[in-house]
Each structure stands twice: as C-alpha cells, then as structure tokens.
Design a protein around this ligand. Structure first.
Ligand SMILES: Cc1cc2nc3c(=O)[nH]c(=O)nc-3n(C[C@H](O)[C@H](O)[C@H](O)COP(=O)(O)OP(=O)(O)OC[C@H]3O[C@@H](n4cnc5c(N)ncnc54)[C@H](O)[C@@H]3O)c2cc1C
Length: 404
C-alpha cells in the first residue's frame, strides 16, 4: 500500500551514494582553515572526502578558502591515480566517509522528489465530502479546534506530509463575489487517516474575535464553515501547495518541531509517518523532538496519541509541552516555547549543529520572535551569533518556518 511513498527513495542512485576524495593544494594554515578539520600536510596537500551530492558545494567552499583541487577520485581508490596516496589518512577517510556521507540536503531532495503541487486550482477545485468532524479541545480548554477528514475518492488529489490545501468556503463575500480560498496545513500523512490513500485531514481552529470598533463577536468565514461541517457536506479543495515544510526522506535525520496550537497539524503528519505507519522504504531512526505550546492542558491537541508515541518510542521521540497559563518558567512568568528552549539549550544546540538535523516551526505568526530569542540564548552560551548561524541553516534548507 505504501509503495507510492517511494518517490524520494529512488533518489539514492548508485552514484548518489558514492564518496570521493579531493586532493587540494593552496589551503594555507589561516583563520578560515583553522575552523575546518582538514589536516594540512607538510607537502601542502589536503585530502577531503566528499559525498557525491555535496561535490559542487564543496568545490565552492574550497575555492572560497583559496584552495585548488588537483585530483578527484572515488574513495577506496586512494592508491590509484596521481600517486599522491595518503595511506595514513585512510582511517580518517573512513571515519569522514561515515560522518560526511550525510543525507542529501533538502534542496537536492526537492529536485528529485515528485512533489505534487496545484493538482486542483481555484477555478476547478476538487469537490470532496466531509467524512468526520471531531472536537479536539477538551473540557476547560479555550476555543474550538476540530479534526476534519475529507473523502478524496474519485479525484487525483495526492499530497505529502508538510503540504497544505486550499479550502473555498461556501457562499459569497460582502461584495457578492465567491469567497477566496484559505490555506490549511494537512494533518494526515500522504496515506490519510484510514491508510487507504483516499482521505485528507485538517486541524482547524475556529477564528472568533471581538470587532475592534463595534465590540461585536466576529467569526472567521472559512474556519467556521469547516468547524461546523456535517458528515456528507461537500467541500471545495485546491492544491496541494507548499515545499517549505516537507519532511526529509532520510530516516536518520533529526527533526525538531516547534508548534503552537494548530501548528501541530504538519507535525502530526510527520509523527504518524515516522511512528504509526509501517513503510518498506522509510523506517525512522533519528530523533524527533516536539515542542508544543498551548494555553491550557485541555488545549493540547492529539494529546493521548502524542503521549502514547512518546511512551512507545522513548529513544526516538521526545515530547516537551509549554503550557503558558499553567506552567511557570524559571523567572516565575508564563511558560512559552522559548523557555523550554532555554531549559534544553545545550542539547538543542548540539542537535541543531548536526548536518542531518532539520528544525520546523509552525503556528501563530508571533511565535518566531520568541524562538529566535531562545535559540539566541542557546547559541550565545557557545559564543555563536544566532542570526548568522540561522542564515546558514536557512541556506542549507534545515530551518523551516510556516506561521500564519
Ligand atoms: C500556510 C498556512 C497554513 C495554515 N494552516 C492552518 C491550520 O492548519 N489550521 C488553522 O486553523 N488555520 C490555518 N491557517 C489559517 C487559515 O488559512 C485562515 O486564515 C484561518 O482559518 C482564518 O480564516 P477565516 O476565513 O475563518 O477568517 P476570515 O473570515 O478570513 O477572517 C480573518 C481576518 O479577520 C481579521 N481578524 C482576525 N483576528 C482578528 C482580531 N483578533 N482582531 C481584529 N481582526 C481580526 C483579520 O483581518 C483577518 O485577516 C493557515 C494559514 C496559512 C497561510
């Protein structure tokens, strides 16, 4: 059933798995090279192991450091070619092979993966049916958040974890025109909650606010439409869209997730794929760490299932709540995600530095500032400027943000 998920698996071609040794000259001992771990030999040569998928990147790096590549050969052919063998480095090369044959960057994955986008456009949306609509906020919690599942059978809509779909609510706006679509993060895996590849699920909070001038209660158009749907009701769906929040194919990647409220939606899809479903081509072996910020305990969406996973997979899944109105931070204030980051600064910082760690942020627009503050503190403990470091993470497509 899950063979369709092999889209990214095929990316690991034979050449994609190979590792090469660059012999480089001209890398003088200086401040920049001191920050690398290249052993510069007396002859002036440096031998660097490079996985196939990072060859271009490494060439550019070497050029930036003023080096010149004099030979490139596959690892294991150290004693062939130009005679500049480096037997004494072979252990190190093996070690580096292990360390550097890291997963492809997500940019490369994106190129190779079959990412479905805009299969259905607003002028010809897919018309699905509501199959279920369940409240996720328990008694004593704030507001309404519903898990809504739609039937996709009869259509071509397919999607990946981390993507969103558009919903066009029924009715017209104040100008008499059809409503515009609203985006919602998909909360199910590509196989859907029933594992039959025929459904898509959302996690929707009903927007309710007081009109700033009249003080009247205003209800959001689309969120009200969705949260009040009955089983059998029709829904116009567009998309899927989004490439920012895709889960790395590498089953050994570390995945840090930071969510507030309905920002849990893509992470539910991630976690279900990692731990609930069984896949031939994807058996998660990394660390998944979810920081989940909510106001009250009854607002912890999917609580039972998340805790069940945390109990069942303690080596691979960590669950950290920040319950702002109930828990206190170290200073006695409200507990937000950034306070949890501060508490776990050393571990997080170690993790973020690994080239196979991806960090995802999803939820309320305002949450990024606090997370930057927390990460700034974590990086600052090690004398690293977070803003600079974050730029690098973004360049490497390892820092993913979707806030709304
Ligand atoms: C990529 C992406 C993913 C998303 N995923 C999800 C998701 O998984 N779950 C989810 O619930 N939502 C999600 N959203 C938000 C969703 O798209 C809608 O914006 C949300 O449901 C509100 O739409 P609505 O039609 O109900 O509100 P509308 O009727 O469109 O009203 C929204 C408007 O109300 C006004 N407004 C809102 N709050 C206030 C306030 N406090 N004071 C004054 N005016 C205010 C603003 O003008 C705002 O533009 C996502 C958004 C994006 C961009």
């Amino acid at each position: 059933m899950y063979n369709r998920s092999a889209v990214g698996g095929a990316a690991n071609t034979q050449s994609g798995n190979r590792v090469f040794v660059y012999e480089v000259v001209g890398l003088k001992q200086n401040e920049a090279t001191d920050q690398t771990n290249y052993p510069i030999r007396r002859s002036g040569s440096v031998f660097i192991t490079v996985p196939y998928n990072r060859m271009n990147e490494e060439m550019r790096r070497i050029a930036r450091l003023g080096g010149q590549i004099v030979s490139i050969r596959p690892l294991g052919a150290e004693n062939q070619g130009n005679g500049t063998s480096a037997p004494e480095t072979s252990n190190r090369l093996q070690q580096e092979k292990k360390e550097e044959a890291k997963p492809m960057t997500q940019a490369k994955e994106k190129e190779k993966k079959d990412i479905p986008v805009n299969i259905y456009r607003p002028n010809a949306p897919f018309v699905g049916k509501c199959m279920s609509n369940e409240e996720l906020v328990r008694e004593g919690g704030e507001g309404t958040v519903r898990h809504v599942k739609f039937d996709l059978s009869g259509g071509d809509l397919r999607y990946l974890e981390g993507q969103s779909i558009g919903i066009i609510p029924e009715g017209t706006d104040q100008n008499g025109k059809p409503h515009k679509l609203r985006l919602y993060s998909i909360a199910s895996t590509r196989h859907g909650d029933d594992l039959d590849d025929k459904t898509v699920s959302l996690c929707v909070r009903q927007l309710v606010y007081k009109h700033p001038e009249t003080g009247e209660e205003v209800k959001g158009v689309c969120s009200t439409f969705l949260t009040q749907m009955n089983v059998g009701d029709q829904v116009k769906i567009t998309g899927p869209v989004g490439k920012e929040m895709l889960l790395p194919d590498d089953p050994e990647a570390n995945v840090i997730m930071m969510a507030t409220g309905t920002g849990i939606a893509p992470f539910r899809a991630f976690l279900w794929r990692m731990f609930k479903e069984q896949h031939e081509d994807y058996k998660f072996k990394g660390l998944a760490w979810l920081f989940f910020g909510v106001a009250y305990t009854p607002n912890i969406l999917y609580k039972e299932e998340l805790e069940e996973l945390a109990a069942k997979f303690p080596d691979n899944f960590r669950l950290t709540y920040a319950i702002s109105r109930e828990q206190k931070n170290a200073k006695g204030g409200k507990m937000y995600i950034q306070d949890r980051i501060a508490e776990n600064a050393d571990e997080l910082w170690n993790l973020v530095q690994k080239s196979n760690t991806h960090t995802y942020i999803c939820g309320l627009k305002g949450m990024e500032g606090g997370i930057d503050e927390g990460m700034s503190g974590a990086a600052g403990k090690f004398d690293v400027n977070w803003a600079d470091y974050q730029k690098q993470l973004k360049k490497e497509h390892r820092w993913h943000v979707e806030t709304y």
